[in-house]
Design a binder for this molecule. Structure first.
Ligand SMILES: Nc1ncnc2c1ncn2[C@@H]1O[C@H](COP(=O)(O)OP(=O)(O)OP(=O)(O)O)[C@@H](O)[C@H]1O
Length: 250
């Protein structure tokens, strides 16, 4: 076994991304290992969401390379994108549940449509996943009958339904009332303990410190500093990170 070789599940090489004339990602190099929990922090506009959206093919990039499980992300290749969607789950700030479908049906949808699993099997799977996020009694509830925290937990169950290799979380508690943040972060912490690979964009510094294996501080479209929570929070090396932490570390 060559343990010293980096074994990247997500490999990002010299990634550049522009919107029109504005370059938002200016050459990102990253290697996310299997079972690693990485938190991405940084000021608004530093490119955190754009980076996540490139990883799951929601955004095209102009230069560089991005591989998930060794396969290149090619936004123009429909077949490659279908395969990618099975490997990468995503949870958004705004839940994005289908309002006319019950919690159970939201979770069942992708395995049914994409994997073409039989109805009974998807139902059993959805029940199991809703139980995993603490919502076993909400299978038949519709999104408008659930709190924001419960809706977000359904969205997490939905992301898990395809058994992805990595889950991307983009500020998943930002739209929640403060009292509902904890229940969602607790579910994510549980997934981290189970060994789910996670890339998490967050403004929750205490959560990042407690749960993540590695913190990536982005600044102006680049990885500015990166390290263990201990090193990032107690020994920041650059004025930009020190200034960010002084304004955000609650
Ligand atoms: N669809 C778009 N079209 C044009 N510019 C965009 C688009 N999406 C993002 N941007 C710009 O790209 C930059 C990076 O945005 P991004 O959302 O990745 O930052 P962020 O670090 O996630 O910020 P926040 O913490 O506020 O979500 C910003 O300047 C933003 O205005």
């Amino acid at each position: 076994m060559k343990d010293d070789q980096p074994n990247c599940l997500v490999e990002i090489k010299k990634l550049h991304k522009s919107y029109g004339q504005v370059e938002v990602l200016k050459g990102i190099d990253l290697c996310i290992k299997r079972k690693e929990v990485v938190c991405i922090i940084g000021k608004s506009g530093s490119g955190k969401s754009t980076l996540l959206r490139c990883v799951n093919g929601l955004e095209v990039f102009q230069e560089g390379e991005l591989l998930v499980g060794g396969q290149p992300v090619k936004s123009h290749d429909a077949q490659a994108m279908r395969t990618l969607r099975q490997k990468v789950g995503m949870v958004f700030q705004s839940f994005n549940l289908f309002p006319a479908m019950s919690a159970g049906s939201n979770v069942m949808l992708a395995p049914k449509l994409v994997k073409r699993l039989p109805h009974a099997e998807t139902r059993t799977l959805a029940k199991k996943l809703l139980k995993r996020v603490g919502l076993e009694d909400k299978f038949d509830s519709y999104p408008n009958e659930l709190s924001g925290g419960q809706q977000q937990r359904v969205a997490i169950a939905r992301a898990l339904a395809m058994n992805p290799e990595v889950i991307l979380c983009d500020e998943i508690t930002s739209a929640l009332d403060p009292e509902l943040v904890g229940e969602v972060l607790q579910v994510i912490e549980g997934l981290a303990k189970e060994g789910v690979t996670l890339m998490i964009v967050t403004h929750e510094m205490n959560f990042a410190r407690k749960v993540c294996d590695r913190i990536i501080f982005m600044h102006q479209g680049l990885v500015h500093e990166m390290g263990t929570p201990e090193s990032i929070f107690t020994n920041p090396q650059t004025p930009e990170l020190r200034s960010f932490l002084s304004m955000n570390h609650g």
